[in-house]
Design a protein around this ligand. Sequence first.
Ligand code: ZN
Length: 238
Amino acid sequence: MGTAVRNKGKCMCKYVPDYVVFDLETTGVYCEQDAIIEISAIKVSGGKRIEEYSTLVNPNRPIPARATAVNGITDEMVEDAPGIREAIGGFMEFIGSSILVGHNIHTFDMNFAYDAAWLALGRELRNDYVDTLYMARRCLPRLSHHKLTDVSEYFHISTAGAHRALNDCLMNMECYEELGKLWKCQEEKAAVEGKGEKKEEFDLECPRCGGMLFLRKGKFGKFYGCGNFPSCRYTRKA
Ligand SMILES: [Zn+2]
């Protein structure tokens, strides 16, 4: 099973004031075999919380002990929860066309949500999104780890209740607002230093599609390639 090519939106690396921050809890790390057991999202406008969407999801299978050990979600808790069809439908309704924000969503949550929407509803999750993991790596290069709890601790944001979806959304919303301030400073600094290589090295926005560029290793050395490959094939020498 699984989705061979996901027609996802653009992965971006920047601050936007209006967005929906979201997080999923799952039975494991593999999209193809694991299931979503909690979906939470917070709509934010101008740095303020507007609305929340949060639901447990009944995965119609036992939750592995190793998943419960991480997020504390048990079989009993999801017994009367809606199935994925209703839960992801509500999520799609809630997010509309908003830009999505989340931590490590480029390789994890976006894929789970995309596949769930596609398999349960036949709908594509096309929203553009910002992965705060990449923003944190760029804004806080000296931090040795960039898990959501690491970034939160750096900013003195409470990590109480981590690994439940709504708590992680709140934590990440605060992180994103802080990262946004750093991001703006770095952009301004880069603009002043400007001119030529330094600016280009900082600017990881794909000039063709506005997506995010990733450093990759190829046959002929390192290069920057658009994260929206294969729909965008832009590359640049590193
Ligand atoms: Zn591109």
